[in-house]
Design a protein around this ligand. Sequence first.
Ligand SMILES: NC(=O)c1ccc[n+]([C@@H]2O[C@H](COP(=O)([O-])OP(=O)(O)OC[C@H]3O[C@@H](n4cnc5c(N)ncnc54)[C@H](O)[C@@H]3O)[C@@H](O)[C@H]2O)c1
Length: 438
Amino acid sequence: MRKITIIGTGYVGLVSGGGISDFGNHVTCVDIVESKIKCLQEGEIPIYEPGLKDLIERNVSAGRLSFTTNVDGAIQDADVIFIAVGTPQGDNGEANISAVETVARSIGKNLNGYKVICTKSTVPIGTGDRICELITESMPEGGEFDYVSNPEFLREGSAVKDFLWPDRIVIGATSDKAFEIMRDVYRPLYVNEKPIMHTNVVTAEMIKYAANAFLALKISYINEVANLCEEIGADVHQVAKAMGQDGRISPKFLHPGPGFGGSCFPKDTNAIAALSRRKGTPMNTIDAAIVTNNDQKKRMTQKLKNLVGGDFSNKTFGVLGLAFKPNTDDVRESSSIEMIQSIMDGGGEVRAYDPIANESMKEIFPDLNYCDSWEETCEDVDAMAIMTDWNEFRGMSLEKLKTIMKSPIILDSRNILSVDKLVEYGFQFDNVGRTKVS
Ligand SMILES: NC(=O)c1ccc[n+]([C@@H]2O[C@H](COP(=O)([O-])OP(=O)(O)OC[C@H]3O[C@@H](n4cnc5c(N)ncnc54)[C@H](O)[C@@H]3O)[C@@H](O)[C@H]2O)c1
């Protein structure tokens, strides 16, 4: 059993901790937030992620997984240390790696023998060198390490599945020895013949940014196609479906909507765009995807405003869906934030509901009127906007909805409601690339 420490027990660190212990390793997850570790030690899961509770419980019961705030001790005890702390967007557009740097110094200070240091956080290209420098500067005599970049591709909402059954594992290793140790950590996947790519460190760092930026680009592209569909009377669903049947394009990430959000795409596109400018090879396609995304969020608020006569003031709006996508409680950079802010800035009132993310959104908007169901949210509202495509909203009874709203006006920014049914029940509505406002 290899002894693994994961520093940073957030969406990536906790899922990785569960997954890597499930692969038969002995894992300690560390965090500096005491309440989070206490919660995990008491058997509670601090985030919502389907399947995560079972995964954690299974491995804690088997004695393979534990949680601590003792960073130094956990480093000293481990053979392999994963860095999975946050790298939020800094003021200059690039990722802020101060938490990664803090962890690198702690690792250096506690390096009692040979260890593999592996970064899972998404870090700007070239950060591997900086981490190695910080570890070397602070390590005692006899400290020895190899460095690995092992970017993570899990998606919130299906993170457990993505981690246990990944499409590929990328290992950017500074030595063959470190690569072999990492392959051993992921042994069950290797045995199952999942592709494990051995690259150098900067290539691994680049793979992560290039993949995320491409997906973001695809979303912005289909959003622009949808916007043009509105002008020419085409149906973007049929366009996207036919496009996706071409194997070179694939149907994934061709769903028009209110613009991408979350903790990754916005910051990762900005980071690679900023880096490319700094290196003198600007990525104009990514710059454009970012502009399109910001415009798409504004376009949604404008659509809602148009639906209610061009003015939010003295009106009440239901906002259904707060998470940046379904099956997560994460609201970071969610499109619903801009929608709520615009309504409030325009003098309107908001009734908000998410099946899971109400609590997370309270950290951004503590004083909204939070509700416990879509029915309660839509009671007596002047209009309603669907911002996240939770299945619960797909199944709403339009018949009932019409009786509880003050005015039957809907912005379906996720295109989850049937246009035919909306027409049949007499709703005034708008969506993304399907029909004009009736
Ligand atoms: N969330 C995703 O879907 C996803 C997917 C792939 C990659 N990533 C990348 O993984 C990294 C982590 O993302 P996340 O969403 O898990 O972030 P997160 O904010 O959920 O978790 C980060 C954790 O690190 C902890 N932390 C900060 N400084 C620390 C320190 N010095 N010592 C110990 N713990 C510390 C924080 O308390 C927090 O619990 C980011 O670089 C992100 O870009 C995220």
